[in-house]
Ligand binder design. Sequence first.
Ligand code: GNR
Ligand code: NI
Length: 179
Amino acid sequence: MARLEILKYPDPRLAKIAHPVANITENTVELINSMLETMYAAPGVGLAATQVGVLQRIVVMDVDHENPHKTIYKLINPVITHSEGSLVWEEGCLSVVDFTAEVRRAEQVQVVALDEHDKELKIEAEGLLAVALQHEIDHLDGKLFIDRISRLKRDLYARRRRKMLRSGTQPSEPQHVMI
Ligand code: GNR
Ligand code: NI
């Protein structure tokens, strides 16, 4: 298990489409464990393999770190099979430092995926879990939440981010707003 580096916008690797996992191997399980370690250390409620520079359709999620009865999701090749309703949620992203914005998404989703034992999982989600599932599956398709806000807001962020990078400004602590 290892802690992995999280890619940050505007890294072009975040815009690539990830490939389905053809065979679940020891390497897959190892990657999932490293992604979980990276997600908890961040801390974040989810992490997609794309964010650690691996173009495979793998997501880990835990939307309730403190709850001993929580579910830790390890999702391979997740697909949204049904979505319904709409909501607006204030989102952040470990790959989009120092920024949050309201994003409109489906209110409820059904997701089908494989777990690390090649077993099919069906998840019915609403609230933060539904938002996080859509956010993570977007990462696998090379999309960030800033692609789902107005061009004006996105451009303002892009400009501020480029300025930060030019001047070597360290991001302030966004981690606490992540969860
Ligand atoms: O930790 C995270 N919190 C969060 C809050 C609202 C909507 C989406 C998220 S996902 C984010 C972690 C992350 O960037 N996953 O890709
Ligand atoms: Ni994200």
